[in-house]
Design a protein around this ligand. Structure first.
Ligand SMILES: [Zn+2]
Length: 138
């Protein structure tokens, strides 16, 4: 992580999303998990999309992911990370179809490949730890 943080529009923390945005303080990627059917719920919603239970807790996952798809942004659409930067969708191995929109960091753009193994890293701003992904270290 460089010393100079990019400008980010930060999420407003609520009781429903705090687990996700503050897990990085402990190096943890967390998702809501249904207590009844163990489905991982993202983005956070009050009712399990699979079994309609309202019982849920924050569960820590491994922090690993597979790169599902990505695009390289060269345009300064709004204040944000330095250009160019990579917007990616990664798939979380703990549950098929559980995907996260994120940025890829610490990787030359020419070395990015769909399907590559990634791992979470966090960018700390105020009370928020933004989950970003970098190539998995072997
Ligand atoms: Zn459920």
């Amino acid at each position: 992580m460089s010393d100079e943080l990019p400008f980010r529009i930060l999420p407003e923390l609520t009781d429903r999303n705090r687990h996700f945005w503050t897990g990085g303080e402990h190096g943890e990627l967390r998702f809501l998990q249904c207590d009844d059917c163990v489905y991982l719920i993202h983005p956070p919603v009050p009712i399990c999309p699979r079994c309609h239970s309202k019982a849920q807790h924050a569960e820590v996952v491994s922090g690993r992911a597979t790169l599902h798809t990505y695009t390289v942004n060269h345009q300064p659409w709004m204040p944000g990370p330095g250009l160019p930067y990579v917007v990616a969708i990664v798939e979380i191995p703990e549950q098929a179809g559980l995907r996260l929109t994120t940025n890829i960091v610490n990787c030359p753009i020419a070395e990015i490949e769909i399907g590559m193994g990634m791992q979470v890293t966090f960018e700390h701003h105020d009370d928020v730890w933004i989950p970003l992904f970098e190539p998995e270290r072997s």
